[in-house]
Design a protein around this ligand. Structure first.
Ligand code: ATP
Ligand code: MG
Length: 389
């Protein structure tokens, strides 16, 4: 049931999921004068810690959902694996953006790729594998490839690189024969992403294209504006992203990740129905952040084209940094040292337990020029023990 009125500050906005994306959504909503409600079972979830209301139940818990719909004037999600059913249940009484239907496309790599193809947006050659017959029928042309679970993957989890048919067979067995997508390994020159926001009235705005460096399947560095991206390529990525959002009848913030191949071709990789790690720089480097945009979309406030006012880089702060060479106990990184560098903006997510590969925070570096921002980002990286880029 979609209320058409604008939901104004003073109301309570709900978010399903209590991770760092929810925390930054809560910060944006609260700074605009909204109260917030987070639904996440974890009593120490990053968003739950800073929200007015924290409903500590599982996503599908009937009582938790009833409490959310009683307290929140509208609901969004920060985690793409929130069951679409939970969003559908809430949508019976409250506006929910994005919808369960749109989120469910993003939850399944096979459906996601079919959607890209349906929009005329190229994606990696691939095959869906959900039976031994389909496994046997995979064409040789998809090897070497990456076998990815169709559902629940993130940060490179649920992915196995396979060179031969034997490796493919073994990998599918290791993944417990769940439905997978085998993608051809493509020769990547680099990766970019585009974040779009689409309102209830169909207005679409986009953030400028950013370039992303992944290490071990996890985003390490984002640079905006994207260096080495010709205006035509950027325009194509933006047009693709807008088309993908419009044809999903999407309401909310949507990120599309792309590969740029060695020959310059643009290929869609995947999409996320929420703000994205590659958009964290928008907090400090744009006049409207991706999280404020999420608030505007779900409340029916106007969407305006965001402006990147400062060239910037975003460095992910993974748990690894808390364990400098040789250390077996957790050591707090040198934040004071980093903050002596001008243009640094530190964001930590309130997670106390640092683990390898865990996203603990990020550092955005803004500068007067791309070169100046990069220079400071490299200095910060050296101080923190992040490999140069
Ligand atoms: P996240 O959701 O955190 O972005 P994920 O686990 O869903 O990550 P993908 O985006 O599918 O993973 O892949 C992670 C990274 O692995 C990509 O950003 C890219 O660097 C590399 N990769 C994935 N698929 C391919 C491919 N077909 N060819 C070459 N490299 C790939
Ligand atoms: Mg990805």
């Amino acid at each position: 049931m979609m209320s058409q009125g604008v939901i104004l500050p003073g109301a309570t906005l709900g978010v399903m999921g209590g991770g760092q994306l929810g925390r930054m959504f809560v910060h944006a909503a609260q700074s605009m004068g909204y109260a917030t409600a987070v639904l996440d079972a974890d009593p120490t979830s990053p968003a739950g810690l800073v929200s007015h209301t924290h409903i500590q139940t599982a996503y599908l818990d009937a009582d938790g959902l009833a409490r959310m719909s009683a307290v929140a004037a509208a609901v969004t999600t920060e985690f793409e694996n929130v069951p679409a059913e939970a969003l559908d249940t809430l949508a019976a009484t409250r506006p929910v953006a994005p919808s369960g239907a749109a989120v469910s496309v993003c939850q399944d790599r096979a459906r996601e790729k079919a959607h890209f193809t349906g929009c005329g947006v190229p994606c990696a050659p691939h095959a869906v594998i959900d039976s031994p017959e389909q496994l046997a029928a995979v064409p040789d042309s998809l090897l070497p490839g990456i076998l990815k679970t169709a559902r629940m993957g993130y940060d490179g989890k649920g992915q196995v690189r396979v060179k031969t048919r034997d490796e493919l067979n073994a990998a599918w067995a290791d993944l417990k024969q769940v439905t997978c997508v085998l993608e051809k390994m493509l020769p990547l020159a680099f990766e970019v992403s585009v974040i779009v926001a689409r309102g209830r009235d169909g207005t679409v705005v986009n953030f400028p294209v950013q370039r992303n460096l992944h290490r071990d399947g996890i985003l390490a560095v984002t640079t905006a504006p994207a260096p080495g991206v010709a205006p035509e390529l950027a325009a194509q990525a933006v047009a693709n992203a807008r088309q993908i959002a419009a044809s999903l009848n999407y309401v909310g913030v949507l990120c599309i990740e792309f590969f740029v191949l060695a020959d310059g071709t643009l290929v869609a990789n995947e999409m996320a129905p929420r703000p994205h790690n590659s958009g964290h720089h928008t907090i400090d480097a744009c006049d409207v952040s991706q999280f404020e945009m999420q608030v505007r979309c779900m409340t029916g406030l106007p969407l305006v084209e965001p402006v990147l006012h400062s060239p910037c880089l975003m460095l992910n702060l993974l748990g690894d940094l808390w364990f400098p060479a040789g250390s077996t106990t957790q050591v707090e990184p040198d934040w004071a040292g980093v903050l002596t560098l001008s243009g640094t903006h530190l964001h930590l997510y309130g997670k106390t337990d640092a683990r390898k590969g865990r996203k603990m925070g990020h550092l955005t570096v803004t500068g007067a020029t791309p070169e100046a921002a990069r220079d400071v980002a490299l200095k910060a990286a050296a101080l923190l023990g992040i490999e140069a880029f």
